[in-house]
Ligand binder design. Structure first.
Ligand code: HAM
Length: 455
């Protein structure tokens, strides 16, 4: 290369961008106010029923879910994100960990670990957080999704197995959905009986499936062998006729289970919560005993959910604590699919012609030159301390650009030029009225308050 020649920079190929992992998504500020409203409503409603919040780890020992949710369930057999931990300590070697696919097993583990039953009091616990399942992603079905759930459990002496608890949880859910304004929800209800009832029913199902097994889809053929109850929640179109002709759980309930269920229904009738009995609702997790339920919304575009129309699901799990090595602690709970609830609320608002509008800021402060930037920040500090929501522009922006940004973000624009700073004033324009005036700094908050009501 001669001295005058300049080195030519090698053209770097553009680096590929990195996208969110399939089945996960970002929630941007346009959407999060609705998520926050849903969560705030849940917290307020649950508090009225005496629930306290519990936060359990996002990953747990794989065995917790294998034992709690059941080896043969779809969740455990195909959908868990599981890994062998590379711990250095001998005690951590080969520990098998899993991102939680649901939160009930974690809550019951925590109940056992912290002896929460010791006081003898009923435990009412709720949680809000992400769960992980390797499902085929589609609208309303994600690999990282959010659940808002609650569990009521305790020693038998606390009344944890009373049908009143089932009815109270269902009535609370009805109130929560009504308070949020969810239209057209439907409560589907069933009883899967005690562990013994289920065992007798499973045997009867196995027997009834034996002669017709060959006609079922491969998945159902496998379930007919390993866990015949799972055949009942199959969505396979071609298998529906056979499934509809199978024995019904209601005919296998012991007198005790039947009486329990009847008392749940009577309490719901008394408080006017409508339900639909669905004998096929056995749910996809193995820990359920007696009451099981789902709240659905009509599928289709109007609800935003397509076929994923179960907003929430739950039920009683009277033997789960013992399955996890704990004391007897009957319980009942539910988990709301928050993503699905939000999709439903968004679709319903759209159908009503109401947009879930982003709220505007109180004021946009526009310094007219970079020299006024510090003064703009001082003013923003004062107004924010007084409770106003404020954004600050930049003195390098042209006036027109400041007005455009201000109009899109805020209800007022406050101009701070050399003159305003020198005379301790500010020029305020209210976008809704188009009125612009210069005011004393000491009167500024009063002027903004008058325009906006209190803030
Ligand atoms: P689950 O029926 O597996 O029950 O899930 C509850 C709700 O979570 C579903 O009704 C649905 O709204 C939502 N959900 C499940 N999977 C996905 C997904 N891949 N994407 C989006 N939403 C999803 C349980 O998890 C039990 N732990 C509920 C329970 C609590 N039972 C007793 N206590």
């Amino acid at each position: 290369m001669s001295k005058t020649e300049k080195p030519v920079a090698a053209k770097q190929p553009a680096r590929p961008t990195i996208k969110a992992v399939r089945g996960t998504r970002d929630l941007l500020p346009a959407e999060t106010p609705l998520w926050n409203r849903v969560e705030a409503t849940a917290r307020a409603v649950f508090a009225r029923y005496g629930f306290g919040e519990i936060r359990t780890p996002i990953f747990e020992a794989t065995e917790l879910f294998a034992r709690g949710v059941g080896e043969e369930t779809d969740i455990v057999s195909k959908e868990m994100f599981t890994w062998e931990d590379r711990g250095r300590a001998a005690s951590e070697k080969n520990s098998n960990l899993t991102l939680r696919p649901e939160n009930t097993a974690g809550v019951v583990r925590a109940y056992i670990e912290h002896n929460l039953g010791e006081s003898g009091a009923l435990q009412k616990l709720y949680y809000i957080g992400p769960q992980f399942r390797r499902e085929r992603p589609q609208r309303g079905r994600y690999r990282q999704f959010w659940q808002i759930g609650a569990e009521v459990l305790g020693p038998p002496s606390s009344g944890a197995d009373s049908p009143l608890r089932d009815a109270e949880v269902l009535e609370m859910l009805a109130s929560f959905l009504d308070e949020l304004g969810v239209c057209g929800w439907r409560l589907e209800l069933n009883s899967v009986g005690s562990a013994e009832d289920r065992a007798r029913y499973s045997a009867a199902l196995r027997e009834a499936l034996e002669p017709v097994k060959a006609k079922l889809c491969p998945d159902n053929q496998r379930r007919a062998e390993t866990n015949p109850l799972r055949v009942l929640d199959s969505k396979d179109e071609a298998d529906q006729e056979i499934i509809n002709g199978l024995p019904k759980i209601a005919d296998f309930l012991s007198p005790g289970s039947r009486a329990h269920f009847e008392q749940v229904l009577a309490a719901l009738d008394a408080c006017g919560v409508k339900y639909h009995l669905n004998p096929r609702l056995v749910r996809g997790l193995d820990y359920y005993t007696r009451t099981t339920f789902e709240f659905t919304v009509p599928s289709g575009d109007a609800t935003g959910l397509g076929t994923q129309n179960a907003l929430l699901g739950g039920g009683r799990y009277d033997g789960l604590s013992e399955m996890l090595g704990g004391p007897r602690a009957p319980g009942i709970g539910f988990a709301i699919g928050e993503d699905r609830l939000i999709l439903t609320l968004q679709a319903q608002a759209e159908a009503d012609g109401a947009s879930i509008a982003a709220t505007k800021l109180g004021a946009y402060i526009a310094p007219l030159g970079v020299v006024q930037n510090p003064a703009a920040l001082v003013l923003a500090r004062e107004l924010r301390a007084a409770g106003l929501t404020v954004e600050v522009g930049d003195g390098s922006f042209k006036l027109r650009k400041s007005f455009e940004i201000g109009d899109s973000l805020a209800r007022h624009i406050i101009l701070l030029g050399e003159d305003e700073v020198a005379t301790n004033t500010a020029t305020v324009k209210t976008f809704a009225t188009g009125v612009q005036k210069k005011v004393e700094r000491s009167a500024l908050l009063e002027v903004l308050r008058k325009q906006d009501g209190s803030f």
